[in-house]
Structure formats: C-alpha cells, structure tokens
Design a protein around this ligand. Structure first.
Ligand SMILES: [Zn+2]
Length: 84
C-alpha cells in the first residue's frame, strides 16, 4: 500500500512540474530550457544554435543545418542534420 501511495505522489509531482513549466513559459510548452540551449553547440562549427520552428528544431545559421528535436532531446549529429 505504501508503495502505491509513493507512486501516486511521484506521478502527481511530475504532473505539477509539467504544469509549472507550462505556466512559466506563458502557457506554451517549452521543450528545451535556456540552460540546456546555452550548453548546446553545433557539432560542425561549435557555434551557437538557435531554437526554431516553435521549438521543434535547432538551427545553425553558419552551417545552414537544422537539427531535429526528438522527444525533447536534440539530435546533434551532422549526419542527421538537414541542410536548408
Ligand atoms: Zn554550425
């Protein structure tokens, strides 16, 4: 019984965190936070990447490559990137 309660609490807590993130980003879902974005760099030129297409991809304007974001995880691979 105790385990079940813990599980429910954990679930509710996760829900709350998701809600908080949505509230703080002005109601819009925020797939990647700024902190992570600051760490991320283009694997080709090591330059800055920008969140584009409403947070669905990361773009390097220097290389003109677009990196997709899958399940909130950016795929920072040159082979997987899309030229534009
Ligand atoms: Zn680049």
């Amino acid at each position: 019984m105790f385990e079940v309660v813990v599980e429910i609490c954990f679930y509710l807590n996760l829900k709350r965190q998701t809600l908080n993130i949505k509230l703080f980003s002005g109601g819009k879902p925020m797939p990647i936070d700024q902190e992570l974005l600051d760490i991320l760099a283009c694997p080709k030129c090591k330059g800055e990447v920008k969140l584009e297409n409403e947070g669905s991809s990361l773009v390097c304007h220097t290389c003109r490559l677009k990196y997709r974001i899958e399940d909130d995880i950016p795929v920072m691979l040159i082979d997987e990137a899309q030229a534009f």
